[in-house]
Design a protein around this ligand. Structure first.
Ligand SMILES: [Ca+2]
Ligand SMILES: [Ca+2]
Length: 168
């Protein structure tokens, strides 16, 4: 029930955002249930066409019911990295269970995320940046020996005119 309500809110939010943002911005949502990947797969470039690749990330079934599959991702060895091309101005990732693991750190482009640049509400990690300091790489590390948080529903707001070549 709660997930249905959240989904409805998300649909409403996406509808509102798509009316408000200029044509150059493009919001992308990945649920990992599109048929591109299976549980147990290493996640690397399967979503490269959507403008995102992954390092040290594995696909898992986040739903404990054997009859229900809801694919998400976990870091391998306590660390995962999400790489964007084109760059993005904001990223949000849902947690399946915030109590299941402890994040030790989040970085944007190799630099620790400042307080004003992120929030974790409603089991969603939200990372914000700007057009002048766009997000290329987000890395998440975990406390040693803690279980990894299961992530799902990665959403990001692409800046189409910031291609990698402009920064290299
Ligand atoms: Ca399942
Ligand atoms: Ca999913």
């Amino acid at each position: 029930m709660r997930k249905q309500t959240l989904f409805l809110l998300l649909v409403l939010c996406v509808s509102a955002i798509s009316l408000a943002i200029p044509a150059s911005a493009e919001e992308v949502t990945i649920t990992f249930d599109e048929g591109n990947v299976r549980a147990g797969d290493a996640l690397t470039d399967q979503y490269a066409n959507e403008g995102v690749t992954f390092s040290q990330t594995k696909v898992v079934d986040t739903n404990p019911l054997p009859t229900v599959t809801d694919l998400g991702i976990v870091p391998t060895n306590g660390f995962c990295q999400i790489n964007f091309n084109p760059y993005v101005r904001s990223v949000s990732i849902d947690f399946e269970d915030a109590a299941s693991g402890l994040m030790a750190g989040v970085t944007i482009n190799g630099r620790p995320v400042a307080d004003f640049e992120w929030s974790a509400r409603e089991n969603t990690l939200q990372v914000f940046s700007s057009d002048s300091n766009p997000i290329k790489v987000i890395a998440v590390t975990y406390l040693t020996n803690s279980r990894s948080i299961q992530f799902d529903n990665l959403r990001y707001d692409q800046i189409r005119n910031f291609q990698l070549s402009q920064f290299q």
